[in-house]
Design a protein around this ligand. Structure first.
Ligand code: NDP
Length: 244
């Protein structure tokens, strides 16, 4: 299958760990020129050691100005994956203002910031492009202790649709993927407890969590020209959880 990834300049945010890291490595393997943007230098350093073809940029996406400068300095962008996110779990009654600020800054505001820069670059080349936002099943299902996280991902789904509407005429497609739990560092925070994990897997028709590679596969497809008529979707990768 020809994927049209080869030679493309691809920004992946949150590429230091977890899904973003696996995605950066896969896209580079397919011949993409990956620009990995993340917060912790040592995670990016080990990524670069693993694949020196990957360009690394250290940035805290919660900081609008420095992130803007860093992404503008990255040069031409053909494809973008907004993957970075923060999760803080608490009962609704205990949510703090700082939780709201941090989660909306990283999970939503930074997506607007990075996507503006990327979309302007895609428009300037005249070649269009593809943007994939990593949302979650939490955008559509209420998950206990996830009030703010759920709200950021619901907002991200709707942002995805408006971006698809406004950027479509520039031949830029914008889609989201909505995974169920994946046992990355973030996944372990919420679901390490076997009882809690079982309460979730029992609601997933396939009876298990998603693997990192299963998310990567869907993102690669949505970035590629194999999905050339798909725009504005929020694609569950959840073994049927949201269908029930
Ligand atoms: P991880 O926590 O494993 O990795 C997140 C990455 O994002 C890390 O590299 C982290 O940097 C980076 N990051 C976080 N905050 C910032 C910031 N302020 N600035 C720059 N980089 C930042 O998460 P996952 O791989 O599990 O999650 C990836 C995406 O998938 C997220 O959008 C998440 O919401 C979504 N998702 C995850 C699920 C799961 O169960 N794991 C389920 C559904 C969706 P650092 O190296 O400093 O930690």
């Amino acid at each position: 299958m020809v994927l049209s990834i080869f030679g493309k300049r691809i920004v992946v945010t949150g590429a230091g760990q977890g899904i973003g890291r696996a995605l950066a490595l896969r896209l580079s393997k397919f011949g993409g020129k990956v620009i990995a943007v993340s917060r912790t230098q040592k995670h990016l350093d080990t990524l670069f050691q693993e694949d020196p073809k990957i360009e690394i940029i250290t940035a805290d996406l919660a900081d609008w100005e420095s992130t803007r400068a860093a992404i503008e300095g990255a040069g031409r962008i053909d494809l973008l994956v907004n993957n970075a996110a923060a999760a803080r779990l608490d009962r609704f009654l205990d949510v703090k203002p700082d939780d709201v600020d941090v989660l909306f800054n990283v999970n939503l505001k930074s997506v607007i910031n990075v996507s503006q820069v990327a979309a302007k670059s895609m428009i300037a080349t005249g070649n269009g492009g593809s943007i994939v936002n990593i949302s979650s099943q939490a955008s559509q299902a209420a998950l206990k202790d996830h009030a703010v996280y759920c709200a950021t991902k619901a907002a991200l789904d709707q942002l995805t649709r408006v971006m698809a509407l406004e950027l479509g005429p520039h031949n830029i497609r914008v889609n989201a993927v909505n995974p169920t739990v994946v046992m990355t560092d973030m996944g372990r925070v919420g679901w390490n407890d076997p009882e809690k994990a079982a309460s979730m897997t029992s609601k997933i028709p396939l009876g298990r969590f998603a693997e990192v590679d299963e998310v990567v596969d869907a993102v690669v497809y949505l970035l590629s020209n194999r999905s050339s008529m798909i725009n504005g979707v929020t694609l569950p990768i959840d073994g049927g959880f949201l269908a029930t």
